[in-house]
Design a protein around this ligand. Sequence first.
Ligand SMILES: *[C@@H]1O[C@H](CO)[C@@H](O)[C@H](O)[C@H]1NC(C)=O
Ligand SMILES: *[C@@H]1O[C@H](CO)[C@@H](O)[C@H](O)[C@H]1NC(C)=O
Ligand SMILES: *[C@@H]1O[C@H](CO)[C@@H](O)[C@H](O)[C@H]1NC(C)=O
Ligand SMILES: *[C@@H]1O[C@H](CO)[C@@H](O)[C@H](O)[C@H]1NC(C)=O
Ligand SMILES: *[C@@H]1O[C@H](CO)[C@@H](O)[C@H](O)[C@H]1NC(C)=O
Ligand SMILES: *[C@@H]1O[C@H](CO)[C@@H](O)[C@H](O)[C@H]1NC(C)=O
Length: 553
Amino acid sequence: MKKTNSFNKAATAILFLLCFGERFILSFSTSTPCALRATTYGNVCVCNTTYCDFLDPVSPVGDDGIVFTSSSKVGLRFDRILGKFSDKKILIKDLEELSGLMKGLESVEETVTSMLSMESEESNRNTKIQIDRNKKHQKFVGFGGALTGAVSYNLKNLPQELQDSVYKSYFSKEGIGYTIIRMPIGGSDFDLEPWAYNEEPEDDTNLSNFTKLNDLDEDKIKQMERLKSVANIEHIKIMGSAWSPPKWMKTSHSWDGFSFLEEKYYQTWALYHLKFIELMQENNMPVWAITTGNEPLNAVLYSSLVKFVSLGWTPNTQSHWVADNLGPTIKQSKFKDVKIFCNDGQTFTYPFWFVVMNMTRKESIDYLDGLAVHWYFDEYYGPRLIDETHRMMPDKLIFNTESTVGSKPKLGSWADGEKYTINHMRDLKNSFNGYIDWNMILNEEGGPTYIDNFSSSPIIANETSGQEIYKQPMFYAIGHFSKFLPEGSVRIEAAKHSNKDVDTVAFQRPDGTITCVISNYAQEAAVVNLADSIRGDIEITIPPKSLHTIEYN
Ligand SMILES: *[C@@H]1O[C@H](CO)[C@@H](O)[C@H](O)[C@H]1NC(C)=O
Ligand SMILES: *[C@@H]1O[C@H](CO)[C@@H](O)[C@H](O)[C@H]1NC(C)=O
Ligand SMILES: *[C@@H]1O[C@H](CO)[C@@H](O)[C@H](O)[C@H]1NC(C)=O
Ligand SMILES: *[C@@H]1O[C@H](CO)[C@@H](O)[C@H](O)[C@H]1NC(C)=O
Ligand SMILES: *[C@@H]1O[C@H](CO)[C@@H](O)[C@H](O)[C@H]1NC(C)=O
Ligand SMILES: *[C@@H]1O[C@H](CO)[C@@H](O)[C@H](O)[C@H]1NC(C)=O
């Protein structure tokens, strides 16, 4: 049973009450605010062919100015207020009308409680955040999402206006500032069927039939061209990842199941990657990076569970392939600057995978520019294993290359958004330099996927009507980081004291601006005392279940 409430956009623009002592000031700063709609699991922002929400970037003014951008379970979505350090106290508040409406909402996962308990509980919810801009950590490269066959198909089925809204929402400055696309080389689990280049002729070591991109990839090229033009960006950093070679290169001769690459095709599989890079270049979509292949253990340890295109590697076999084939083939070609990321699998294989690679073929490590990690099972392993790997190889980039909530979409779920917030906080507070999400847009079912392995996505298309797309809380959760952290942002120390339900991470951008993201996971409001080593203190009261990005000079 679905219960649907629509709010008009004027209501969403008045979400913020800014408190200076006794005075309340309403803010209308969002140019095109979220068109909020209550759905089964919470609120989504609805875009149709004539409307979509965007937020212009603004810069904090002078030494004193602070820009607050906020989202909350109740219904804030990139709502913005402009404040000053000299205000001393800032109250960010959900609109009570909305809180009331949310209370009447059915929610399967959790009940919305004590939304309005802001004042009563605040005394024991104090958190101190100490920003020290002299303590610098890793430099950030960027954020992105995946252009799978499923995403490309979903985009194609939408009217041009909505396609453009997806591109702008993710990649423009008014959107959430993505700069990276992960693109499968061949098919993936999110495709209409399994496929690879040069399926025929078989046993063709020279890949004589891999001479042009196929229609599926030509569609993706057209979509990326359109993306660049409507989002007004010059470059996309494309990361190619292969799921599986054509069946004839594999020991199994099938798309899924237990398999390895036939040793006689090691060089052919390296050549396959080079050909893809060459053909993308010919189509004016240069490849920025490749990975050594998606989730190498799927076809080894999990071959009975994983029912989709996969190629198995052990760290031992992969080190030979990288050292003798992939590494030299790429780095001795005119595409030597294409970065090679390794592993593209789960956290629990770190650092073991690289220790074995190094033991087997030391040179294989030298060919690697980066390490690619998927977020699955992170709640059990945490960042410890990645930190250990980072200490082993401090000069390699570390990217999250896949994150997804693996179930049919729970439209409007703040809890799903929180999974992203928690993961971004964890990765960014550790050694990660980049973050790439999985499918950019799926249908209501969480597909299409040829193996019916549905999952959720930050934007969901209404495939039934083709007239609306829904931006989920996940989209804003990612955006609170990605929109505000351009390439070259450097993490700075943000020490947090007390209140386990509040988390934070801070960066200094190349333009010098300090960007601090603060999350509140509690069902109650939190009082945050932000102390900057130069600007002094400010007390910020944030609503229950909310996420904020704070920018100041
Ligand atoms: C599109 O969305 C806007 C904002 O919510 C709304 O005013 C308009 O009526 C919608 N148009 C259609 C055709 O639904
Ligand atoms: C080359 O591949 C296409 C499919 O992409 C196939 O139709 C054709 O038969 C192949 N050519 C040869 C010589 O196998
Ligand atoms: C691959 O190409 C090489 C050199 O161009 C040639 O000598 C060889 O016969 C070809 N192999 C096949 C299987 O076509
Ligand atoms: C690889 O192993 C050698 C010892 O054989 C060690 O000196 C080196 O530090 C290792 N490299 C990495 C990246 O762990
Ligand atoms: C989808 O595939 C993953 C393995 O990647 C598996 O763990 C999961 O159970 C599958 N889900 C469904 C619905 O088949
Ligand atoms: C998709 O649009 C149809 C037609 O307007 C509507 O009945 C349906 O509820 C929409 N789906 C979602 C998930 O909102």
